[in-house]
Ligand binder design. Structure first.
Ligand SMILES: C[S@@+](CC[C@H](N)C(=O)[O-])C[C@H]1O[C@@H](n2cnc3c(N)ncnc32)[C@H](O)[C@@H]1O
Length: 367
């Protein structure tokens, strides 16, 4: 058994934990993510299926370091020869917060040196060839606690492969999946996003409805690791492919004012394997026709910071009340960075949650 961590954005750790438990893994909450025990194939499954996590990392070592010497010793004591075969690259990245060691560049350089010294000794060589596949090492220091990991994901997990261009105000796929999970919507109930933009919320909801693994069509760094069984990973991916049932998708729809965003949305739907499954159309959300009975609206309207002006956004928030009255939505779930949203919408949210869209602090309001 090895120990892993699935990192998550602030506010999403609880969802990641639930997802890992649904995969049958034993979990524990930790700084910035959720730890779990498992074999490489469990980590591969996590990479493939987690909807709300940022990455999966193997924990190679941990300890305390208050000086560069302590850091060098800690990293040099890890059995790197078990992980990194001769001839392979081992790039090192670092992150420091509230610690005595705060120079990212120095932490990176010392850590790289410690790994290199150890490997040179074990491989009895003076020069390490790094032309082979990469084993990306990350050293995170928080309050003098050091966690050394190997990145099993490669590209961050929000990169599902269906999005080729991010539009003007992208919503991260992992956050969109979280908005779906935290809403009262459940597969079988109608869902509409009246500011669907490039379609991220629609696609993430459809993936959930159709039991589609979010990482189905992309690769993961760990597939190149010598201690991960490639044939087993391929078999897990094949099983996931069989589970995908696009015919189950129904009742999901989207609209937006901007035809260019809708064109991009259609492109993303096609790239996600959902062409023709989710109707999207051009409409000002204030003129939306009646939605199907029991419909749940999940949306992130313009913030008024990055897209359009603040005044326009505020006028739009006032008009959004009509989603309940005119369009008859049974639930309205809104991700917004505006502290005045409830006042403009004209009602207090029943539930609220603080979330981050990138660095932007937002609230997820459920009416
Ligand atoms: C923050 S973006 C949504 C991004 C989207 N979640 C995505 O995945 O790309 C806000 C969207 O609201 C749309 N919008 C702005 N005013 C609107 C209105 N009055 N009616 C409908 N859509 C509007 C914009 O065109 C933009 O696509």
């Amino acid at each position: 058994m090895m120990e892993w961590i699935a990192s998550a954005a602030f506010g999403l750790e609880g969802l990641v934990k639930r997802e890992l438990q649904a995969l049958g893994l034993e979990t524990a909450m930790d700084q910035g993510g959720v730890r779990f025990m498992g074999e490489p194939e469990d980590a591969f499954r996590a990479n493939l299926w987690l909807r709300t996590a940022d990455r999966v990392q193997l924990i190679a070592g941990e300890g305390e370091a208050r000086s560069f010497e302590e850091l060098f010793q800690l990293i040099g004591a890890i059995r790197w020869e078990d992980y990194v075969p001769g001839g392979c690259a081992f790039p090192v990245t670092a992150q420091c917060a509230r610690s005595r060691l705060m120079s990212v560049r120095d932490v990176q350089a010392i850590s790289k040196k410690a790994v290199a010294e150890r490997l040179k000794k074990r491989y009895k060589t003076e020069w390490l060839d790094e032309s082979g596949p990469g084993y990306a090492i990350h050293v995170a220091i928080h309050q003098d606690r050091v966690r050394v990991t190997l990145d099993a994901s490669g590209e961050a997990l929000n990169r599902r492969g269906y999005r080729t261009w991010n539009g003007e105000a992208p919503l991260r796929e992992t956050l969109a999946a979280a908005l779906v999970d935290l809403s009262p919507w459940r597969p079988g109930r109608p869902l509409h996003d009246p500011c669907c933009g490039t379609g991220t919320i629609l696609i993430e909801a459809a993936f959930k409805m159709a039991d589609r693994a979010p990482g189905l069509t992309r690769g993961f760094a760990m597939e190149g690791w010598h201690f991960a069984d490639k044939a087993r990973c391929d078999a897990i991916r094949r099983e996931a492919r069989l589970r995908f049932q696009p015919d189950r998708i129904e009742g999901i729809s989207g609209s937006d004012l901007d035809p260019a965003a809708l064109a991009l949305c259609e492109k993303h739907l096609a790239q996600a394997g959902l062409k023709g499954r989710i109707p999207v159309y051009q409409k000002d959300l204030r003129d939306l026709d009646r939605l199907p009975e029991g419909a749940c609206v999940i949306t992130n309207p313009p913030y008024g910071e990055r897209l359009g002006s603040k005044k326009e956004a505020e006028a739009l928030y006032r008009g959004m009340r009509r989603l309940e009255t005119q369009a008859g939505a049974a639930a309205v779930c809104v991700l917004t960075a505006s502290p005045s949203f409830e006042r403009l919408f004209g009602r207090r949210a029943q539930r609220k949650r603080r979330l981050y869209n990138g660095r932007l602090e937002c609230e997820y309001l459920i009416f």
